[in-house]
Design a binder for this molecule. Sequence first.
Ligand SMILES: [Zn+2]
Length: 259
Amino acid sequence: MSINRECYTGRFIGGNILLYCPCCDKGVLGIIEDTFIHKSTKKSADDMEITGDVSCLDIKFFTFLECSNNRCKEIVVMGGIGKVEEEYESSEEQYMGTSCISSYEIKYIDPPINIIKISDEVPSCITDTIKDSFSLFWGYPSLVGNRIRTALELILNEKNVKSTGVNKNGKEYRMSLHERIKEFGKIKNGEYKELQKMLLGIKWLGNVATHGEEMKKEDLLNAYEVLDCILDEIFVRDKKLLGVKEMSHDLEKSFKLER
Ligand SMILES: [Zn+2]
């Protein structure tokens, strides 16, 4: 499932939210009439009184959303921040006045939106860790990388990639995520060599939170897309392949018996 990036990185104006329901993943979420509340902070409202500049307003909002799918109708709660911008209106180079446009940015949403759809074939410990990151995405994007790194460690555990090595002095040590990913490329006669490159590509994510840097949502969405592909290759494709191998084995058996 590819990500509709605008919904996740942009601000929304009016009721234009464009997010899929976290429960059924089919319906689209819409604001429930009369539940949208927004207020400016006291300080920013006082500043606006003095300067007359609406762009200094620091707005907080809160609303309930409902799924458009009649079979689901799940309720979601959402909150965040907003701002007002003045736009100049003109017609045939004639100044017509100004209008104010309010736009909003989501900081909190519960239940969290499934940024990527995780197959039931993926072990629950990995699914839970990634779903955890979906709740952090809106308000604390810098912490998402850390969860994605944990998910990578769990994927390697599932594939029985060793987590300890022996150093030059013969002492056992805990392998870094980087070393484990390298090891992953060697198992199954190098079958996961291509995936190993993808894993290395997103393992740096956790460092950002540790160094206190800002994490861009665009980068996180890239990481989620890569992760989506990795999970598919490791858990869904492998399972399909196993099923097909079994079927082929059964066919071979019955064919041989008939002969
Ligand atoms: Zn729904």
